[in-house]
Write a protein that binds this ligand. Structure first.
Ligand code: HSE
Length: 432
């Protein structure tokens, strides 16, 4: 064993630059914590300007082989992002016996199984704390601190862009299009914000969290995904009036039969729920375990320094394992194959907004249509008139997705119903 831990960095962009800063600034403390120095020795960077700047202090290369085949490098840190060639670089690094640290949710949510197997075969560490929730510690707490629990539920606000937008819509009564433009102007939303708005970014993250929480491999395709693109200010305002807030929640739950469901969709949460108070670009993950009860992990879910904090925490952990000859100690934890429930089988209370003709017997007809599908109603509130129709807001008790869809289909066919405007699921223990 060398008396220094050598790191090869793939990508010195936003997060990579943050990692360089943290490892330089806190080098003395990190050396004491690990018991030997941890230093970046080689960087793969293809941006010529960055390469020249960094070249004054570090060895820069534009060839991945220079990193993979360097026998002195102990840890490869992948911060290139996206699926390819990051996945191939990670796989090759593991095959070459390198420990790997990554922030790459795209790769993890799709290729986790293959990469963990490679890590295991090569007895090396494969760590990815920054892939979910940026700087928030959540992967290691699930894998270590909460490892003795049976986890029953993981619910997260894991996309900062959409949380910023929903917070703005609610607080300032702004329309979706206006807040999207503001999020883009501020640099929160990407110029192509589809993955954020459409829920895919959150889906990748909950696939990763569910795999760990339930010890069962969950990939992106297993996640039911709905984004916030159809949410209206009207529904957000009505939700607030009823004592709820609307959040894009990523939800992974274990049911009584030990099956699991994993989904991302707009969700109405009671305004006193801890997640309801997570606003702006902040993220939070709410985990319930049989021994620990409810816990919440909160913080900055993106950004250069918070993400670098998580990456560097992983580097320190790997370095400690290297020092003590214990790399590969915590490998893949997906030893189980729990049944994945389809969305039709999940149950939750629901909010439905609809326009109906204003005449006697309408409310009885609506209640009968719900009743025929076994949907029990908590509230039916008549709101203002819209274009000559009465606007109704209905909150149901717990209902299966299948029964809800049947009820909506029945309602749509009723002559007294002009249109079903929106359906939003509710997470409220009082309505179970
Ligand atoms: N686009 C993500 C977000 C950050 O808005 O939270 C990167 O995961």
């Amino acid at each position: 064993m060398d008396n220094v831990v050598n790191v090869g960095l793939l990508g010195a962009g936003t997060v990579g630059g943050g990692v360089i800063l943290v490892l330089e600034k806190n080098a003395a403390d990190i050396e004491k914590k690990v018991g030997m120095p941890v230093r970046i020795t080689k960087i793969l960077e293809r941006n010529p300007q960055l390469a020249v700047e960094l070249g004054q202090k570090y060895q820069i290369t534009d060839k991945i082989e220079d990193i993979l085949e360097d026998p002195d490098l102990d840890i490869v840190v992948e911060l290139i992002g996206r699926e390819h060639p990051a996945k191939e670089f990670i796989a090759e690094a593991l095959r070459h016996g390198k420990n790997v640290v990554t922030a790459n949710k795209d790769v993890l949510a799709k290729h986790g199984k293959e990469l963990f197997e490679l890590a295991s075969q090569n007895q090396v560490d494969f760590m990815f704390e920054a892939s979910v929730g940026g700087g928030i510690p959540i992967i290691r707490p699930l894998k270590s601190c909460l490892a003795a629990n049976k986890i029953t539920s993981v619910m997260g606000i894991v996309n900062g862009t959409t949380n910023y937008m929903l917070t703005k819509m609610s607080a300032e009564h702004l329309d979706f299009a206006d807040v999207l433009k503001e999020a883009q102007d501020k640099g929160y939303a990407e110029s192509d914000p589809t993955a954020d708005i459409g829920g895919l970014d959150a889906a990748r993250k909950i696939a990763i969290l569910a795999s760990i929480a339930f010890n069962t491999r969950v990939v992106l395709e297993d996640v039911h995904v709905e984004g916030i693109e159809n949410l209206t200010l009207r529904d957000i305002d009505y939700a607030n009036e009823l004592g709820y807030v609307v959040k894009l929640l990523a939800i992974a739950k274990r049911d009584e039969k030990d099956g699991i469901s994993v989904r991302v969709h707009p969700t109405m949460l009671p305004s006193d729920h801890p997640l309801a108070k997570v606003n702006d670009v902040y993220n939070a993950v709410y985990v319930t375990g049989d021994a620990v009860g409810d816990t919440m992990f909160f913080g900055r879910g993106a950004g250069r320094m918070p993400t670098a904090s998580a990456v560097c925490g992983d580097i320190v952990d790997v370095a400690r394992n290297i020092r003590h000859g214990s790399t590969g100690r915590i490998s893949c934890t997906c030893y189980d194959e729990k049944h994945l429930c389809t969305i039709e089988n999940i149950t939750s209370p629901c909010y439905i907004r609809l326009h109906v003709h204003d005449k006697p017997g309408v409310l009885a007809g609506i209640a009968a249509a719900f009743g025929a599908q076994n949907v029990s109603l908590k509230n039916v509130v008549q709101k203002a008139k819209v274009n000559g129709f009465s606007e109704l807001v209905v909150i149901t008790y717990d209902v299966s997705e299948f029964n809800l869809r049947m009820a909506i289909q029945t309602l749509r066919a009723l002559p007294i119903v002009e249109k079903i405007c929106s359906v939003i699921r509710v997470e409220d223990d009082n309505l179970d």
